[in-house]
Design a protein around this ligand. Structure first.
Ligand code: ZN
Length: 232
């Protein structure tokens, strides 16, 4: 994904790149797209993730809304090894960088099931939808409310909710699998989505999301458990 890497460098170094890029540089057409509504989505999405985005798009109205948000916001979507090193997935399945508008997916998920990648994109794409399309107050881009403890939890409940509804559409209850969910799980994302799908109440789902957050986020970060309001 050298092209994606190049594009990111261009995003970060736009001022310098504009000054030094040769007139016949292949980078020019790409530069013109960066930050513009006319950018072609295919230039921003890793080819390794196109199939998963298509599955999410075709999963129903919510999935297609999320994919449209990713495309409409010109979000860069790639595995972390395709991105400059600062865009790590941070040891979790994936991470959304709100200011840079980048979704980075961790290497542990390189060979994950396409449906599992679809669930990851449903989660991270919901952050894009909330921040860049719906402009929800308290989003990571809202200077007033950025990373307020409750908005953090609310954002994660939005994102995990979208992922689990997608999961339900992919793995609905059947005669052989009466609870629904992926029958054999091979990674934490699949386990978490199954558990959320099997939650019996909104409170239980809320507790599970708080548990997942505490597993992945470092103390002191905007979403840390110390800052989250007490659940009831
Ligand atoms: Zn999230």
């Amino acid at each position: 994904m050298k092209r994606l890497y190049t594009l990111l460098c261009i995003v970060m170094l736009l001022g310098i790149a504009v000054a030094v890029a040769p007139q016949d540089s292949q980078a020019f057409p790409v530069q013109e797209h960066v930050g513009e509504a006319t950018a072609s989505p295919s230039e921003l999405i890793s080819t390794s993730l196109e199939a998963a985005l298509t599955i999410l798009d075709e999963s129903g109205a919510e999935g297609s809304t999320i994919v449209a948000a990713i495309h409409g916001a010109n979000t860069i979507v790639a595995f972390e090894d395709e991105l400059p090193p600062q865009f790590t997935a941070g040891g979790s399945a994936a991470r959304y960088y709100p200011v840079e508008n980048v979704i980075s997916i961790g290497m542990d998920y390189r060979s994950a099931d396409l449906h599992t990648l679809g669930a990851i994109l449903a989660h991270e794409g919901t952050h894009v939808l909330d921040d860049r399309i719906l402009n929800k107050p308290g989003s990571a881009l809202d200077a007033e409310g950025a990373f307020e403890p409750y908005s953090c939890l609310a954002r994660e409940l939005d994102a995990f909710g979208a992922a689990v509804r997608y999961w339900d559409s992919i793995y609905p209850p059947t005669a052989d699998n009466p609870r629904g969910g992926k029958p054999v799980v091979t990674n934490p994302v699949e386990m978490d989505n199954n558990n959320l799908l099997h939650a019996k109440s909104a409170q239980e789902e809320n507790r599970q999301v708080r548990g997942i957050i505490s597993r992945y986020l470092a103390p002191g970060s905007g979403c840390s458990m110390q800052k989250l309001p007490v659940d009831n």
